[in-house]
Design a protein around this ligand. Structure first.
Ligand SMILES: Nc1ncnc2c1ncn2[C@@H]1O[C@H](COP(=O)(O)OP(=O)(O)O)[C@@H](O)[C@H]1O
Ligand SMILES: [Mg+2]
Length: 283
């Protein structure tokens, strides 16, 4: 991803402008990703995403929605630094994406170490981020408090419900105080009630920490509740076809649960459903 360097032409940016406008959390310009197909079409290149440009500002919560196979995970992998772009440029906070550097990741499955306690899982992540041993217990308690699991440090991961395990995965992703959080359908495997509760908590938590977020989902409700903005993708080839601003309040006084019942929520939900159907038709 060496082409991601120098995304902004230096000569056109004065020092004052540089001070006023720090690099975006994520900047993709014309990103195209190709995979080698397997099976029947082995040897052929599949264009997973084509010419995607997007900017995620500091503290912005961007949601990607779209049908299965439209390249949502692929885009997330590019931003995480796992997948090189065949074309275009990608940068995270002004530098080429690199795994683990200021970016926290959460997947559909919690992927915890079953032989470690909850606290042990977090301490391992904190050690990886270079936190001195003496500070790990306090920081572990702080992270658990953040995700509503105070007092769970000594528990075994397999004693926890799916929702609680996913809370630990979120705490682990926050261990390195990331400036960017990437989540790929993190609540898809949870029951409806747990899912709603975790959506509300993630919304409040990220508003509090000011972390920029890229969140992938299939769910219209989830997209509207969480996103400050929703990008709709279509497949074949994967591309962004719509960019919907979500103008729901995100201040500390707003209860996310109460937002679900508002006419504004219903209207946004309707608009997004329609846009998704159009996108599916266009694919
Ligand atoms: N490792 C891979 N090798 C080959 N093709 C892949 C690979 N990963 C994804 N693809 C293909 O790329 C396209 C986009 O996949 P993906 O990003 O996983 O979509 P989504 O997350 O939106 O469901 C699909 O057609 C998928 O089959
Ligand atoms: Mg996916």
């Amino acid at each position: 991803m060496s082409r991601a360097e120098g995304a902004a032409p230096a000569e056109s940016v004065s020092p004052a402008e540089t001070l006023e406008a720090p690099p975006a959390a994520v900047e993709l310009t014309g990103v195209t990703v190709r995979y080698q197909a397997r099976g029947r079409r082995a040897g052929q290149a599949v264009t997973a995403v084509s010419d995607v440009s997007l900017t995620i500002g500091e503290g912005e919560f961007t949601v990607l929605v779209g049908p299965s196979g439209c390249g949502k995970t692929t885009l997330l992998r590019v931003v995480a630094g796992f997948e090189p772009a065949a074309g275009g440029t990608a940068s995270v906070h002004g530098a080429p994406p690199r795994p683990g550097h200021g970016t926290g990741l959460v997947f559909q499955q919690p992927r915890l170490f079953p032989w470690r306690t909850v606290g042990g899982n977090l301490a391992f992540a904190l050690a990886r981020h270079g936190l001195p041993r003496a500070e790990r217990a306090a920081r572990t308690a702080e992270l658990l408090e953040l995700v509503g699991l105070s007092g769970y440090a000594g528990r075994r991961t397999w004693e926890l419900s799916g929702g609680q395990q996913q809370r630990v995965a979120i705490a682990r992703a926050l261990a390195g105080r990331p400036r960017l959080l990437l989540l790929d359908e993190p609540f898809a495997a949870l029951d409806a009630l747990t899912r709603e509760r975790l959506q509300e908590e993630l919304r409040t938590l990220t508003a509090r920490t000011g972390t920029a977020v890229l969140f992938v989902t299939h769910s219209v409700d989830e997209a509207v509740l969480l996103g400050s903005r929703v990008l709709v993708m279509a497949a074949d080839p994967g591309r962004v076809v719509a960019d919907l601003p979500v103008d729901l309040p995100r201040d500390a006084a707003t209860d996310p649960a109460a937002l679900r019942g508002t006419p504004e929520f219903a209207a946004l939900r309707g608009t997004l459903s329609r846009t998704l159907r159009e996108a599916a038709g266009a694919a």
